[in-house]
Design a protein around this ligand. Structure first.
Ligand SMILES: [Zn+2]
Length: 75
């Protein structure tokens, strides 16, 4: 399966959400990082499945730590 591009989004409580863009329709689906487990499949409203691999989850958690460290946010 092709690697999905992802982005991180923070709410006002600094909870990170993983944002995945559907490669079919381009719609973005976001999910709280904390609630995600490896190999979770998110379904876009167009019916396309997006699988989150453990590799992506690890990368997202690393990026979250880096961003929090940059803004001096205690996690
Ligand atoms: Zn879609």
């Amino acid at each position: 399966m092709k690697q999905m591009a992802f982005d991180l989004d923070f709410d006002k409580h600094y909870n990170a959400s993983l944002v995945l863009a559907c490669e079919h329709c381009g719609k973005e689906t976001s999910k709280h990082l904390r609630s995600l487990a490896p190999d979770t499949v998110l379904r876009c409203s167009c019916g396309c499945d997006m699988q989150i691999t453990s590799h992506q989850l690890t990368a997202a958690n690393q990026r979250q730590r880096q961003i929090k460290a940059a803004y001096r946010i205690a996690s």
